[in-house]
Write a protein that binds this ligand. Structure first.
Ligand code: COA
Length: 260
């Protein structure tokens, strides 16, 4: 896959997407958002890809936000469309992907950058990372799901404080708040994400996709996540992975999941 602003590498079931605009601290412009959509879509459709890691290039930023230079002159309608389209093609799209997505937050994750990390299934961070939603300091609010996903992850009061103050928190504070799962050095960040990915890859990709759907449905208005869980649980019984997983257990061997 050839892109202008992102790099995509794939090896042994693991795909790594690197947002590659280091001079602009990997800010998300329109082209980058569209490229990310295309990369995620292609990787999700590839049954060989079992886990996706997303990170930023350089040692300073994961993503320092949406590209302010692109929307500074937008009208009310254009502002609304920016948020709607972005949520649809990237942020909601990533959250609802069947393939697990880990954000490896390697520096500033601000505004749209933190929103992208929050749309991933979970996050690990390097100890130099700084996270925040600075939008109100620009006279706007988070538009890529930040007002919804931050309270889900850290609770309403903490989210309100972060949004209203437009402040940044350190990686350790983010871990304490439940925003990231692990903190390590910058050098160890990708190895850590890869180690977690390798544990995920040992399991049934079909069951993992079902679990992602069931967990996400807990947060969807008008959807009963318990019902989703029952349906997805039942569906697993018809998969080859379930046959292999249970047979392997009974035969006291490691499973070799076909991913079907
Ligand atoms: N949109 C567009 N360009 C951005 C950007 C963004 N969100 N964040 C950083 N950049 C650009 C800067 O304009 C600068 O470009 P230039 O060299 O052509 O002038 C370059 O990236 C480097 O950033 P700089 O501000 O010089 O780095 P710094 O180390 O002094 O500060 C930050 C780092 C992250 C604190 C600062 O860049 C910042 O506040 N960025 C905006 C964060 C934000 O508000 N994001 C939410 C957007 S909704």
């Amino acid at each position: 896959m050839n892109f202008e602003n992102i790099l995509v590498e794939e090896s042994n079931g693991l795909a790594t997407i690197t947002i590659n605009r280091p001079k602009k601290l990997n800010a998300l412009n329109k082209v980058t958002i569209e490229e990310l959509h295309n990369a995620f879509k292609t990787l999700d459709a590839d049954t060989n890809v079992k886990v996706i890691i997303i990170t930023g290039s350089g040692d300073k930023a994961f993503v320092a936000g949406a590209d302010i230079s692109e929307f500074a002159h937008f009208s009310v309608e254009e502002g609304g469309m920016l948020a709607r389209k972005g949520q649809e093609i990237l942020f909601d799209f990533v959250e609802n992907l069947s393939t697990p997505v880990i954000a490896a937050v390697n520096g500033f994750a601000l505004g749209g950058g933190l929103e992208l990390a929050m749309a991933c299934h979970f996050r690990v961070a390097s100890d130099n990372a700084k996270m925040g939603l600075p939008e109100v300091s620009l006279g706007v609010i988070p538009g890529y799901g930040g007002t919804q996903r931050l309270p889900q992850l850290v609770g309403k009061g903490k989210a309100m404080e972060l949004v209203m103050t437009a402040g940044m928190i350190s990686a350790d504070e983010a871990k304490e708040a439940g925003l990231v799962n692990h903190v390590t050095s910058l050098e160890e960040l990708l190895p850590l994400a890869e180690k977690i990915a390798s544990k995920i890859m040992r399991n049934s990709s079909v069951a993992i996709a079902a679990a992602i759907k069931a967990v996400n449905d807990n947060f969807k208005d008008g959807t009963n996540g318990f019902e989703t869980e029952i349906k997805e649980f039942g569906s697993c019984f018809g998969t080859e992975d379930f046959k292999e997983g249970t047979t392997a257990f009974l035969e006291k061997r490691k499973p070799n999941f076909p991913g079907k």
